[in-house]
Design a protein around this ligand. Structure first.
Ligand SMILES: [Fe+2]
Length: 104
C-alpha cells in the first residue's frame, strides 16, 4: 500500500484520513491516465488501442470525481480552481489572480 499518511494515523481525524485516501486515489488515477497515454502512443494494434482509449476515458472520470470531492472539502483549493480551471488566457496570470483571492 502506498504511504498515504505522513503523520501517525491514530492522531489523524476521520475526515483527514478520508482526505488522504482521496488524495491517494487522485494520484493513482493521474498515474493511470499517464500510463494509458504512453501505452496508446506505442500500441500498433488498432483494436487494443481502442480498448486502452476507452479505459483512459474511464480514468478521466475517476480523476475528475476525486478532484471534485476534494475541492468540495477545501474552500481555498476550490477558490483557486475556480479561478484557474476552464479559464481563457494566460495560465500563470490566472494563477496569480487566483492567489490574490485566497490571501488572508
Ligand atoms: Fe481509475
Amino acid at each position: 500500500m502506498a504511504e498515504q499518511y505522513h503523520e501517525p494515523a491514530e492522531e489523524l481525524s476521520q475526515p483527514t484520513r478520508t482526505f488522504a485516501r482521496m488524495i491517494q486515489s487522485l494520484i493513482e488515477e493521474a498515474e493511470a491516465i499517464n500510463w494509458y497515454e504512453q501505452r496508446i502512443s506505442v500500441e500498433k494494434d488498432k483494436e487494443a488501442r481502442a480498448i486502452m482509449e476507452n479505459a483512459q476515458k474511464e480514468e478521466f472520470i475517476h480523476f475528475s470525481m476525486d478532484l471534485e470531492f476534494l475541492l468540495r472539502k477545501k474552500d481555498k483549493w476550490k477558490t483557486v480552481a475556480k479561478n484557474i480551471l476552464f479559464k481563457a488566457g494566460d495560465i500563470t496570470e490566472n494563477a496569480e489572480k487566483a492567489e490574490d483571492k485566497i490571501e488572508d
